[in-house]
Write a protein that binds this ligand. Structure first.
Ligand code: ADP
Length: 398
């Protein structure tokens, strides 16, 4: 009995020893290691891994056998790695780098990936990974659709401007030749001379407006907005347009002074309103009225210019605010138009944190409305002196 108890105890001790030695101690050690690692914080490798995963551009490292040994999330999102291999055009660039030991670049057009995922246009470069005996190439890539869009817009703009400037310059050359040929005919000299002057004036206006537009597009918001008296703006814009209105036999009608104020830039506001009035005159029939009204709705000042002119077809109504867009080029040219007036109005409104809207019907007329933030006196409890000036206008021809 004594002997079997001893054997039994020895077996139990053996089992305990086996369990403790084989399972419990390694478990305790592993836990202790984990705790130590937690207390010691992440290793430099952990940090590096997190950084390249989080990088806003794509990174991939490839060996000579086309195997991608490392790549980050962005590389996957931009579709330059598929099934742990570089896609073909990127591998072609990487391979060229292995062969020539030189940086190579690639540009990929936008495409639809599986699952209708849209992958933007991507550009990148491949370089030998330094310090590893030319074993690896590292690929850097990024989404460059915004850059391509800006480049296309810039090319477009330069092409448009060159074309628009060439037209009056070409016309002036032809007119000057005609002038030289008709030096013995005073009537022709007067006619061609007058046309040279008007083309030169149009060219000058276009250059001035282009400079103005590029200044407006460059600035996000009006830098030092000041309280601007709306009635002063209306008076000055009317004064500028009075001559043109008289020549065209158009009566400019306006409502009574409002006492309203806008926070903004006086010169730009006058330019914008005058552009709208000039257009209303230019695109109206003789002896029809053009009206200019002011009002306030909530904390937005409304300046409206309404004509009973030719109107604008619905399909052209958003396009008229694009630079150089004209519904009828010949008519715009005949009135000395540049196609930039409404683009300037739009940018002046945007830079004032406002907007310009349009109501129009062909054959009936148009109403352009400038909507601009009212200036509120700090001690007026949020009420401008003229909030009683109720805005009754609808975006319609009266
Ligand atoms: P433009 O110098 O040609 O007048 P704008 O940018 O001022 O250029 O206007 C663009 C185009 O919008 C004009 O060419 C014309 O076709 C149209 N437009 C502008 N204002 C009016 C209006 N009040 N009535 C009818 N059409 C207009």
């Amino acid at each position: 009995m004594q002997v079997s108890l001893g054997i039994f105890l020895a077996i139990v001790a053996g089992i305990i020893g086996f369990v403790v030695g084989g399972f419990v101690i390694p478990l305790i050690n592993a836990r202790a290691d984990r705790r130590r690692a937690e207390q010691a914080g992440p290793t430099r490798l952990d940090v590096l891994r997190a950084v390249y995963q989080q990088a806003p551009y794509a990174l991939a490292v490839v060996d000579r056998h086309q195997d991608v040994v490392l790549f980050n999330r962005r590389a996957d999102e931009l579709g330059i790695v598929e099934d742990r291999l570089l896609i073909e055009p990127v591998w072609t660039a990487a391979h060229a780098t292995f062969v020539d030991d030189r940086t190579s670049v690639f540009d990929l057009p936008a495409k639809m990936a599986a699952g209708r995922r849209r992958i933007p246009s991507v550009s990148g470069r491949c370089e030998i990974l330094q310090g590893h005996g030319e074993q690896f190439v590292v690929v850097f890539a990024d989404d460059d659709s915004e850059h391509r869009r800006m480049e296309a817009a810039r090319r477009d703009f330069v092409a448009n401007v060159s074309h628009e400037l060439k037209t009056p310059v070409g016309a002036m050359a032809v007119l000057a030749e005609a002038l030289l040929e008709s030096k013995d005919d005073p009537d022709s000299v007067e006619y061609f001379g007058g046309r040279v002057v008007s083309e030169a004036q149009r060219l000058g206006k276009m250059v001035t407006e282009l400079i103005e537009l590029s200044r407006l597009q460059g600035a996000e918001r009006i830098r030092d907005p000041e309280p601007v008296d709306v009635d002063d703006v209306v008076d000055e814009a009317l004064r500028r347009a009075a001559g043109a209105a008289e020549t065209a036999g158009i009566e400019l009608i306006t409502d009574s002074p409002s006492g309203l104020e806008i926070k903004g830039d006086w010169t730009l506001l006058v330019t914008a309103l005058a552009n709208l009035i000039f257009n209303a005159i230019n695109y109206s029939h003789e002896r029809t009225p053009v009206s200019i009204t002011r009002g306030i709705s909530g904390d937005t000042v409304m300046l409206r210019v309404t004509d009973r002119g030719i109107g604008i077809a619905p399909e052209h109504q958003t396009r008229v605010f694009e630079r150089f867009f004209r519904v009828d080029k010949a008519r715009s040219r005949a009135t000395g138009g540049t196609g930039l007036g409404l683009a300037i109005v739009k940018h002046v409104a945007q830079n004032h944190n406002g907007a310009v809207s349009l109501w129009s019907r062909p054959g009936t007329g148009s109403t352009f409305t400038l909507e601009l933030p009212a200036h509120v006196e700090p001690d007026s409890g949020g009420t401008t002196p003229a909030t009683e000036h109720v805005d009754q206008g609808e975006d319609q021809v009266p």
